[in-house]
Every structure is written in structure tokens, then in C-alpha cells.
Design a protein around this ligand. Structure first.
Ligand code: PNS
Length: 163
């Protein structure tokens, strides 16, 4: 009965993230989505609470999925242990994701014994990233096929394009 942790910044959650979370929920008994403040990312758009709210709206139909958030002051593997997760799940969009993800997976395994499971992103989402969605929304592009409707509305409101 393995619990898996799906970590990320989720700033904001995209359809690509939701694809990975929904598929992970079919393979693991429990999934904890960890919304993490990454201190290296100075370009955060939404607060941790806003990111958590947007995610909660989209995963409420998944009974074995819950959300936790971290202010990013400790190691991911310690956070995983605190929340009873024995595995990490990461989506891979392209080969370019692989080098860094492999290194993190090996470091996390060495530190804690926690294994990482990589899941290929569905091809229709392989170009998606939160940072590109933020950029497109900032310049008035249409992101409605890339994020849930409520997230698109929040982006439009944030950038003053809600009417
Ligand atoms: O959505 P992101 O920003 O790509 O997620 C990256 C995240 C938060 C999963 C990654 O930066 C992370 O694991 N941070 C926690 C700090 C940590 O444990 N670092 C060592 C990992 S080898």
C-alpha cells in the first residue's frame, strides 16, 4: 500500500501536472501532492496558498489524493518521510528533463532510500511548463487549452485581462 509524493512548484498547476497526478493515483494507494516553495525561483506568481487552492479544485474527484505544502526549508525526502511517502513520482516531458531528474533521483535515493518513479508526460502536454504558461498569459496569449478554466481565469485576473 505505497504512498507516493508528487512534488512541484505548481505555479500554477497545468493540465500536464494533472495528467501525471491522475495517472499516479491509479498506480499508488495514496498520492500526496507536495506544493513546494522553491527558494531558487524568484519569479513566483502565486502564493503557496493560492497554488494549493487551485490544485484542490482540480483533484477533489480523486479520493486517494491529498495536498500538502512546504515552505521549502528542508529536504524533499524528509518532507516525504514526514508525510508517510515511500516513493516519489516525477513527470518527464522530454530528454532534456532527464539529466537533472536522474541526478535528483539518485541523490534522493542515496539520502533516504526513497525511490523515484518517472512517468512520461502524455504527448499533448510535452511542451507545457508553468513558466511558459505564466509568460504566455502575461503577454495576453490564450492558455485555456493548457490549464484548467479556473486557473486561466486567475491568470487573466492577475494580468488584468478579465474583461
Ligand atoms: O516544479 P519544480 O519547481 O520543478 O519542482 C522542483 C522540486 C521542488 C521538486 C525540487 O526543487 C526539489 O526537490 N526541492 C526540494 C529541495 C531538495 O530536497 N533538494 C535536493 C534534491 S536532490
Amino acid at each position: 500500500m505505497t504512498t507516493a509524493l508528487c512534488p512541484g512548484s505548481f505555479d500554477p498547476v497545468t493540465n500536464g501536472h494533472l495528467d501525471i497526478i491522475e495517472r499516479a493515483a491509479r498506480h499508488f494507494a495514496h498520492v500526496v501532492v507536495a506544493v513546494i516553495h522553491n527558494p531558487d525561483k524568484t519569479s513566483a506568481l502565486f502564493s503557496l496558498e493560492e497554488r494549493q487552492e487551485m490544485l484542490a479544485d482540480e483533484i477533489s474527484h480523486l479520493e486517494n489524493v491529498r495536498i500538502e505544502f512546504s515552505k521549502g526549508t528542508g529536504l524533499l525526502v524528509e518532507f516525504a518521510k514526514e508525510h508517510g511517502a515511500e516513493a516519489l513520482v516525477k513527470g518527464l516531458r522530454a530528454v532534456s528533463d532527464f539529466d537533472y531528474e536522474l541526478q535528483m533521483a539518485q541523490m534522493n535515493q542515496r539520502l533516504s532510500g526513497i525511490d523515484t518513479f518517472f512517468m512520461p508526460t502524455s504527448p499533448e502536454y510535452s511542451f507545457l511548463s508553468s513558466s511558459l504558461v505564466r509568460e504566455v498569459a502575461r503577454f495576453g496569449g490564450d492558455v485555456t487549452s493548457m490549464v484548467p478554466p479556473k486557473v486561466a481565469a486567475r491568470l487573466a485576473a492577475h494580468f488584468g485581462r478579465d474583461g
